[in-house]
Design a protein around this ligand. Structure first.
Ligand code: PMP
Length: 285
């Protein structure tokens, strides 16, 4: 069965959906995106994703394609046309189509908005039960990682390097410290049960899941430190995990070839995943 996708105000079979070759998303990676997870047929933390989309567009002086309310209505209509119990709703805004020029086109140029759904297991994701292995890769991305742009080639390269090394993913290193995962925020839990993750700055994406998980951890009375950590600290950690809208809280059980503990998802990570899933269910819209 073919999906119905959304392109600039229209709902179309995916084979009929088209974007101009002059679209600046295609020519300059001049676009931003969000992925909201679908759980129980609804969207998780969607308002937070729309808020971050608004911020990304603002940081790039990109005109919104329509109002946020219209975007949300289109998301809901897309979900209706593609009933999905678990998966993701991908949404992308680009600066639109204009003759190729580095300078931004005339402000009258209409931004493009596309959306599609992807079905996949979320709660019973195989990676969550098993835990993931990560390797380290140099962070070669640009310096505005707080803006969620579609310029994801460096992340793809790091993920390919992980696959070539027989690992699931890569954590990226800059100036001797872990920045984040290729498509997730990175955490370690120290021997003293302190959850450590890098502080917010332009060096990492300000994860929607990160914000919720840190708040929930604090509510649980767990200790949280937002600071840089080294690859060596990571390899010596009691537990490690990553967060993203797509994976929620997922254990990391092997880092750079070194198994953490018994090589299985640890108790604190497992608890945090459960707590976040409860929270995600309450946030559905
Ligand atoms: N960092 C990067 C580089 C990402 O691509 C993602 C996924 N969007 C995250 C962190 C996690 O952010 P969120 O929890 O909002 O999905």
């Amino acid at each position: 069965m073919s999906r119905v996708v959304y392109v600039n105000g229209e709902f179309l079979p995916e084979k009929e959906a088209k974007i101009s070759i002059f679209d600046r998303g295609f020519l300059f990676a001049d676009g931003v995106y969000e992925v909201s997870t679908i759980l129980d047929g609804k969207l998780v933390e969607n308002q937070a994703h729309l808020d971050r989309l608004g911020r990304s567009m603002k940081e790039l002086d990109m005109a919104p394609p329509c109002s946020m309310q219209e975007i949300e209505e289109a998301q809901q209509e897309l979900l209706k046309r593609n009933p999905t119990q678990e998966g993701g709703l991908y949404l992308q805004v680009t600066r639109g189509a204009a003759d190729r020029d580095f300078l931004y086109p005339d402000p009258s140029t209409k931004s493009s908005l596309v959306m599609f759904t992807q079905a996949r297991p979320v709660i019973e994701a195989p990676s969550a039960k098993r835990g993931l292995s990560v390797i380290f890769q140099p962070d070669i991305r640009w310096q505005r990682r707080d803006i969620k742009t579609v310029a994801l080639l460096a992340a793809s390269m790091a993920k390919e390097a992980a696959r070539a090394a027989g690992a699931d993913d890569a954590w990226m290193i800059e100036d001797g410290k872990v920045t984040e995962g290729t498509s997730n925020n990175a955490y370690i839990i120290t021997k003293d049960d302190v959850i450590v993750t890098r502080a917010l700055s332009n060096k990492i994406l300000h994860g929607i899941t990160r914000k919720a998980v840190l708040a929930l951890a604090k509510e649980e009375g767990l200790r949280v430190e937002e600071r840089d950590f080294t690859p060596q600290e990571a390899k010596e950690a009691k537990e490690a995990f990553l967060t993203s809208a797509s994976t929620f809280v997922t254990a990391v059980v092997k880092i750079d070839g070194q198994e953490l503990g018994d090589g299985k998802p640890g108790p604190l990570t497992t608890r945090l995943r459960e707590i976040y899933i409860d929270f995600a269910r309450k946030s559905l819209s």
